[in-house]
Design a protein around this ligand. Structure first.
Ligand SMILES: Nc1nc2c(ncn2[C@@H]2O[C@H](COP(=O)(O)OP(=O)(O)OP(=O)(O)O)[C@@H](O)[C@H]2O)c(=O)[nH]1
Length: 547
């Protein structure tokens, strides 16, 4: 997560300034200097950095600011806006339409991540209801077809390729024709790469382009090339005219910032960024959410989109919580949902402040712990799953049986039950508050305000009747539940460790709601998932609160 290190440095530069008592020229210059050196170390072009420096300086003229102006807030906003401008290509990419064939062709150097990104893109569209497929036109590299076949099979995506045909133009034409006849919405053609920008590669690309007539050609760039991305994209552009770029491996290179800003400077839209080797490590690129996430402010829009693209079990958890109930099965379902969401670090990055909170819990360790918790619950009887877990207190030998059945220890079973008890207590609190609110009865001061704010937010979203299908205000909800004790960086949260806390999140929520058509959000695991994540914070640590 080296790009994340850049984010940390930028955030701490602003944080040092906003936490100092005096915001004078000296402190302001020190902040700009730190921001600029962090960007240059990420291989952002010196000229672009100089422009950013000039823009921040001219937007914040400390000498001329009136006494009523909140200097810290103005500086935060300016830094945020200028960073967004730095990665904004100011250009909209092609958007595939359903009900017609959209041919997308991939180009790029060998090893840049074309085949992986082709499959990720096909899966992305498939999850959104498009009929998507893959054509392997890479007849150059031995094993390329096998790789695509393997990826496609794993993601359940139809594919076409040949072990015997050596002409990539023929393979791509045949594949596209076949899938056109079968009325696929999205046909993705993977072409071959070379070690460098060879003449034959460009000639082959042009021939394939003429044969399949793509609606969009996407170039794949490895983030590690940094600002050299500009020269590479120019060389490709002169041959195969591409409309958009995917930047891969942003998870492993600080130079990702350099590559993104270099491409943005050429006004070529960046459509997606690859954030890992997993199929789900693929994020739609948009300047504002990207910077927001980089600065630890999360990306709630991205989170909702990601969650919606997965087929999650909503079941009765939301209804249960409203009624103050939380069964062992509810815990199992919510942990199952979290498992489907991909690496925990990715999820945490999207929730404002959560990545800081999760701290050192590594992906592997966290995932393994989750899996063992699920094995434990899978070894319980149906009756136990649908219970409030009191049966284990009445009959402790059941814990031994469950531990044996799941290949875990009694201590781990106890931990699951502790986790369940904690969440059941939260659900009880919510249920009681909900019931009181409906009766018009009194609530304790702070809870009353939070609940009223939540209810108001729900009503403005069109989910007046209650929570199922509506998106709860996660900040208020988490605080009210007491699960996280207020997330740092969360608007309205108690932390405030992130200097960008509360900034623009309202706008982002609004934007996100707009995109959802103002209605409910089916598919959102809601707070069932959230306390589960909150609980994860303690996973690597102690075993407090044991039975
Ligand atoms: N960490 C990380 N690895 C990635 C990402 N995208 C692709 N990779 C890895 O990069 C390596 C090369 O990816 P491929 O998809 O085979 O690259 P290619 O461009 O198709 O290569 P050729 O077919 O040889 O031209 C593989 O090991 C992928 O798993 C990413 O976003 N992050």
């Amino acid at each position: 997560m080296v790009l994340a290190d850049l984010g940390k440095r930028l955030t701490s530069a602003v944080s040092n300034l906003t936490h100092s008592n005096v915001v004078d020229e000296k402190a302001f210059d020190a902040m700009i200097k730190e921001i600029c050196s962090a960007l240059i170390e990420s291989d952002v072009n010196v000229k672009l950095v100089a422009n950013l420096r000039k823009s921040i300086k001219s937007a914040v003229n400390l000498k001329e600011l009136g006494p009523g102006v909140n200097r810290k807030r103005l500086i935060q906003k300016t830094v945020f806006d200028e960073l967004v401008k730095l990665v904004d290509p100011h250009n909209e990419p092609f958007k595939p339409k359903k009900g017609r064939t959209n041919v997308i062709m991939f180009v790029g150097l060998q090893g840049s991540g074309k085949t992986t990104s082709c499959t990720k893109l096909a899966r992305y569209y498939q999850a959104r209801g498009f009929k998507a497929c893959l054509v392997c036109a890479d007849t150059f590299r031995a094993g390329a077809f096998d790789q695509l076949k393997q990826n496609a099979t794993k993601a359940k995506i139809p594919y076409y390729g040949s072990y015997t045909e050596t002409d990539p133009v023929k393979v791509s034409r045949d594949g596209v024709e076949k899938f056109k006849k079968e009325r696929f919405d999205i046909i993705i053609v993977d072409t071959s790469g070379r070690h460098q920008q060879e003449k034959e590669l460009f000639a082959e690309m042009m021939q394939i382009q003429q044969a399949v007539k793509p609606d969009q050609t996407i170039m794949v760039l490895d983030a590690s090339i940094g600002q050299a991305a500009e020269a590479q994209s120019k060389a490709f552009k002169e041959s195969a005219d591409f409309g958009a770029i995917i930047i891969t491996k942003t998870d492993g290179h600080a130079a990702g910032g350099g590559a993104i800003s270099a491409v943005a400077a050429t006004r070529t839209p960046i459509v997606f960024i690859g954030t890992g080797e997993h199929m789900l490590d693929f994020e739609r690129f948009a300047p504002q959410p990207f910077i927001s996430k980089l600065l630890g402010m999360g990306d709630l829009g991205g989170l909702v989109e990601h969650v919606q693209s997965l087929k999650l079990d909503q079941k009765d958890t939301m209804k249960h919580i409203q009624e103050g109930i939380f069964t062992v099965r509810d815990l199992r379902d919510q942990l199952g949902n979290i498992m489907k969401m991909g690496p925990l670090s990715k999820m945490a990055g999207m929730i404002p402040g959560l990545s800081q909170m999760m701290g050192e819990v590594g992906d592997e360790e966290g995932t393994m712990k989750l899996k063992r918790m699920i094995y434990i619950m899978d070894s319980m009887t149906e009756k136990e799953l649908d219970s409030d877990a009191k049966c284990f207190v009445d009959q402790p030998t059941r814990m031994t049986r469950v531990a044996r059945g799941s290949g875990t220890s009694v201590r781990e079973v106890e931990d699951v039950l502790t986790q369940h008890r904690m969440m059941a207590q939260m659900a009880k609190k919510v249920g009681k508050n909900m019931a009181n609110l409906q009766k018009g009865g009194g609530l304790a001061g702070q809870n009353k305000q939070q609940l009223a704010a939540m209810q108001k937010r729900l009503q403005s979203m069109g989910g007046a009747g209650g929570m199922p299908g509506g998106m709860p205000d996660m900040g208020a909800m988490m605080k009210m539940l007491g699960g996280a004790g207020g997330l740092p960086g969360m608007p309205g949260g108690a932390g405030g460790a992130n200097p960008f806390a509360g900034m623009d999140m309202g706008a982002m929520m609004k934007q996100m709601m707009g995109a959802m058509g103002g209605g409910g959000m089916p598919g959102m695991p809601g707070m069932g998932g959230m306390p589960g994540m909150g609980g994860m914070g303690g996973m690597g640590g102690g075993r407090g609160g044991r039975r």
